[in-house]
Design a protein around this ligand. Structure first.
Ligand code: AMP
Ligand code: GLY
Length: 463
């Protein structure tokens, strides 16, 4: 089987790494790829946003399957174009990817499908702001959640206890011509669950948790994700089935009923709140860096799953198999990330990190001559597995520390609480023996999230 993947980041490297260990091994191509991907696939100099060039490349290569990694080409209609040219495509149409592209439309779909999510109000005019905030946060006893509706650059999510800061963010979004989604605050730990769909049927992968803040202890600004782990030993029993029943299947069915079949990964970003499961957001693709840990644990072949979804032939009773090991990834970011980053610095120590037993995924790397250099915000994603989270996190951290990149930073607390709770629980002592706790959650009171947009994603992962 011949597979072409569109993208250049850590997510695409992780997908290709899993595809490369399928038997029989598929012939792998990437556009544009990166130096890490080049070790597994033939890279083609075609940008993620150049849809014409993607179609030409596919016509030349004649792949059996095209996998589209990032949201930028999806929202721009790459899947529509490639499908119209006759290719089997894993990745939703522009219409279906609108689920990620517009938070207010996602809310409309969830309301129609009866999917639990935060109460929200969409505001298009300054005069509606105060009343809107009062509706979603009447007692003003929890943080305000203010989101730019679309994927537009520089806009994002603010979670703040400061009423004036909430208003200021909403005003800025409105002034830039966007609309604003005001949401009820959701407490509780966050979970990312990827659900593969062929437009009708849904097959879930294993849940993971992402670490969005730049610094340890969930301090600092929001990022695209500084680390992740899977499985979630603290997750309530039946979580995946609950998400399927109450979130993924109704959403896929609602879209299908509207003539917008969703083919690809429905990324369910969830909060397990004190009042039950709620959707924080949908994405229309695999998450990064969660993919690095989820696919690391997948022991069934990946290509047949993606191909079946692309062809509309997914069997709902597909039994995926998973390693019992834990997987942890620690992201190494450039100096300055998530603000303006420094790139072009030489990277050393990848072999040393891998000699420890990790593997190193390339997210934002490039070559200057023969020298591997940083080329984006998130540069590398060091992945380790172990018999439990503690073993995996210790190894991933040691790997990250073996890498040399001037000015780089990484978190040292990825999966720390979950690992400690799990160990305590297995000893029958600590907090893990009680009801579900909320390890490693972003219970931030002041958050500024740059929603990753098409250009931001590209510049972040590959300058
Ligand atoms: P989003 O881009 O919608 O995923 O939001 C980015 C991050 O902001 C999420 O991962 C949460 O940590 C936080 N967040 C978003 N919406 C809410 C909400 N309604 N309540 C609490 N936190 C939220
Ligand atoms: N890790 C968050 C995302 O992929 O959007």
């Amino acid at each position: 089987m011949k597979i072409l993947i569109i993208g250049s980041g850590g997510r695409e490297h992780a997908i290709l790494r899993r595809l490369a260990s399928d038997t029989p091994t598929p012939e792998l191509h990437a556009a544009p790829g990166n130096p890490g991907i080049a070790q597994l696939a033939t890279c083609h100099d075609v940008s993620v946003t150049d849809l014409d060039a993607q179609v030409s490349l596919a016509e030349e290569l004649q792949p059996d399957l095209v996998v589209i990694g990032p949201e930028a080409p999806l929202v721009a209609g790459a899947a529509d174009r490639l499908q119209a040219a006759g290719f089997a495509v894993f990745g939703p149409s522009a219409a279906a990817a609108h689920l990620e592209g517009s938070k207010s439309w996602a809310k409309e779909i969830m309301a129609a499908a009866g999917v639990p999510t935060s109460a929200s109000v969409t505001v298009t005019d300054l005069s509606q702001l105060e009343a809107g905030l009062d509706r979603v946060n009447p007692l003003r006893d929890v943080p305000f959640v203010v989101k730019a509706d679309g994927l537009a650059a520089g806009k994002g999510v603010v979670v703040t206890e400061d009423h004036r800061a909430a208003i200021a963010h909403a005003e800025a979004v409105l002034a830039a011509g966007g609309s604003v989604v005001l949401e009820e605050f959701l407490d509780g730990p966050e979970v990312s669950l990827f659900c593969v769909s062929d437009g009708t049927r849904v097959v879930p992968l294993a849940p993971a948790q992402d670490f969005k803040r730049a610094l340890d202890d969930d301090e600092g600004p929001n990022t695209g994700g500084m680390g992740a782990y899977s499985p979630l030993p603290w997750a309530p029993e039946g979580l995946v089935q609950d998400v399927l029943r109450t979130v993924a299947r109704p959403t896929i069915a609602e879209l299908a009923a509207r003539g917008i079949p969703f083919v690809g990964v429905l990324y369910c970003g969830l909060a397990l709140t004190s009042r039950g499961l709620r959707v924080i957001e949908f994405n229309a693709r695999f998450g990064d860096p969660e993919t690095q840990v989820v696919l690391e644990r997948l022991t069934s072949p990946l290509a047949p799953l993606l191909l079946a979804a692309a062809r509309g032939e997914l069997a709902e009773d597909t039994e995926l198999t998973w390693s019992q090991d834990s997987a942890v990834t620690v992201v190494l970011a450039s100096a300055g990330y998530p603000a303006t980053v420094r790139t072009g610095d030489p990277i050393s120590g990848i072999e040393a990190a891998e000699a420890l037993g990790t593997h190193v995924i390339h997210a934002g790397t490039g070559l200057e001559g023969d020298t591997l250099v940083s080329a984006g915000g998130r540069v590398l994603s060091v992945v380790a597995t172990g018999e439990d989270l503690e073993a995996a996190r210790a190894l991933a951290l040691a790997g990250a520390e073996a890498i040399g990149l001037e000015g780089s930073h990484h978190r040292t607390d990825i999966a720390r609480r979950a690992a400690a709770d799990a160990r305590a629980s297995s000893l029958g002592t600590g907090p893990g023996t009680g009801p579900v706790t909320a390890p490693d959650t972003d219970t931030e009171t002041e958050t500024e999230t740059e929603t990753e947009t098409e250009t931001e994603t590209e510049t972040e992962d590959r300058a």
